[in-house]
Design a protein around this ligand. Structure first.
Ligand SMILES: *Cc1c(COP(=O)(O)O)cnc(C)c1O
Length: 369
C-alpha cells in the first residue's frame, strides 16, 4: 500500500532542537534576547525592516493589533466570512463589530464592490485576508480605504513572503499579523508576529503584550500576558533561515500540480493575479459542489492522500459569530465553501507524490463523469 500523503506537515530539524536546548540550558526561557533577535530578523526578512512585535499566537497578534490601532466598542471592521474564525473573533474580542462581506472567486479576496457597499459612518477599517498565501486585491482595497479614510489591517497569517507588485505582504496595512502555528509556512510552535505601520501602534502592541508595562512595575495601561517565550523564538529564528527554500518548493509543487491538473475536466486550478507572488500556504482547487466531498473521500480511502476544506462553514453562519449578521446572505462565499478543496503542496512532499496526486484525481474525475 502507498504511504499516506498528509495535507500538511511541519518540518522540524536538528537545528531547531539544538536551538531549544541552547535556550533551555541558558536558564532564561521566558521572553528575552531570543525574542528581540527574532523580531529584528523577521522584520528584515519579510517586512522591509518595519517594527515587529512577537506574541504568543497569531490570534493574539490580531486582537492586540486592533486594540493598538484604537479599534473598540462602537466601531465596525469589514472582514471576509470566508476565512478562519480568528479573523472575525479578533474584531469581536475588541468589542467592535465584524461586518462580514463577500469575496470574489478568482483569488478568494474581499470583493471591492462588496466592501464599498458595507461602509457606514462607524466603519473604522478593513481587515482583508491574504488567503491561502495569495495577496488580497491590494490596489482596489487601498483605493477604497483612501477614499473613505479607513485603515487596512492585514491578516497575513498564511502569507509569509507573498507580495503584490513588489510590495511585501505585511507592509501594506497599519499593522499585519503573521501566524507561526505549526501548519503555517513557518512555525515557532505557537506564535504570532505583528508588523507595525506606525511607532504608536508598535508601542501600544508592546504595552498590551506585557501587562501594560514598558518599565517593570510601572503599568501604564490594562494589558495582557501575550508574550512569546525565548524557547519559541529560538525555533522561529531557525525556521526563518529555511522558509525561503520551503516557499520555493511550495511554488515548484504548485507549478507541477498546475501542469498535471490542467487537462482534467471539472477542476479549476488556482489563479495568480498579475504582479502577485503566491506562497501557496494552500493549493486550493475548485470542483463541482456535487463532486467535492466524493473526490475528497476517494483521495483518502482509495489513494491515501489527505486534503482539506478551508473553510466549510462561512464565519457569518458560525454559532459563535452569526449574531453579528442575522439574515446575511453571501452567495460567493457560500459557493466557495461548497467548491474548494486544498491539496497537499507542502515542502515535505517527496518525489513522486505530485504524480500520485495528479493520477488519483485523473482517475477519480474520470470515474465520476
Ligand atoms: C492561522 C490563522 C489565524 C490565527 O493564527 P493562530 O496563530 O492560529 O492564532 C488567523 N487568520 C487566519 C487566516 C489563519 O489562517
Amino acid at each position: 500500500m502507498d504511504t499516506f500523503i498528509p495535507a500538511a506537515k511541519p518540518i522540524i530539524g536538528d537545528e531547531e532542537r539544538e536551538a531549544v536546548d541552547r535556550v533551555l540550558r541558558s536558564g532564561m526561557i521566558a521572553q528575552g534576547p531570543e525574542v528581540a533577535q527574532f523580531e529584528r530578523e523577521f522584520a528584515d526578512h519579510f517586512v522591509a525592516g518595519r517594527e515587529t512585535v512577537a506574541v504568543n499566537s497569531g490570534t493574539s497578534g490580531q486582537h492586540l493589533g486592533l486594540l493598538a490601532a484604537g479599534v473598540g466598542a462602537g466601531d465596525e471592521v469589514i472582514v471576509p466570512s470566508f476565512t478562519f474564525a480568528a479573523t472575525g473573533n479578533s474584531v469581536a474580542l475588541t468589542g467592535a463589530t465584524p461586518v462580514f462581506v463577500d469575496i470574489e472567486l478568482d483569488h478568494f479576496s474581499l470583493d471591492p464592490a462588496a466592501v464599498r457597499a458595507a461602509i457606514t459612518p462607524r466603519t473604522k477599517g478593513i481587515m482583508p485576508v491574504h488567503l491561502y498565501g495569495h495577496p488580497f486585491l491590494v490596489d482596489e482595497i487601498e483605493a477604497i480605504a483612501r477614499e473613505h479614510g479607513l485603515a487596512i489591517y492585514e491578516d497575513a497569517a498564511q502569507a509569509h513572503g507573498a507580495s503584490w507588485q513588489g510590495r511585501p505582504v505585511g507592509t501594506i496595512g497599519d499593522f499585519a499579523m503573521f501566524s507561526l502555528y505549526p501548519t503555517k509556512n513557518m512555525t515557532s510552535g505557537e506564535g504570532g508576529m505583528v508588523s507595525c505601520g506606525t511607532a504608536t501602534i508598535a508601542r501600544n502592541m508592546r504595552l498590551l503584550r506585557n501587562q501594560g508595562m514598558e518599565t517593570q512595575y510601572e503599568n501604564e495601561v490594562v494589558g495582557f500576558n501575550a508574550r512569546m517565550t525565548d524557547i519559541h523564538a529560538a525555533i522561529g529564528r531557525v525556521q526563518l533561515t529555511k522558509v525561503d527554500a520551503w516557499t520555493a518548493q511550495r511554488q515548484r509543487n504548485a507549478a507541477a500540480l498546475d501542469a498535471g491538473l490542467a487537462g482534467i475536466d471539472g477542476i479549476q486550478t488556482p489563479k495568480v493575479a498579475d504582479g502577485a507572488v503566491h506562497v501557496y500556504h494552500q493549493y486550493t482547487i475548485r470542483l463541482d459542489p456535487a463532486e467535492r466531498d466524493r473526490v475528497r473521500q476517494a483521495l483518502l480511502d482509495e489513494y491515501q492522500i489527505g486534503s482539506g476544506v478551508y473553510y466549510p462553514i462561512p464565519n457569518h453562519r458560525l454559532p459563535s459569530l452569526q449574531h453579528f449578521a442575522p439574515g446575511l446572505e453571501l452567495p460567493v462565499t457560500e459557493q466557495a465553501a461548497r467548491e474548494v478543496l486544498s491539496l497537499p503542496v507542502h515542502p515535505s512532499l517527496r518525489d513522486g507524490d505530485i504524480a500520485r496526486i495528479v493520477d488519483a484525481l485523473t482517475a477519480i474525475s474520470g470515474a465520476g463523469a
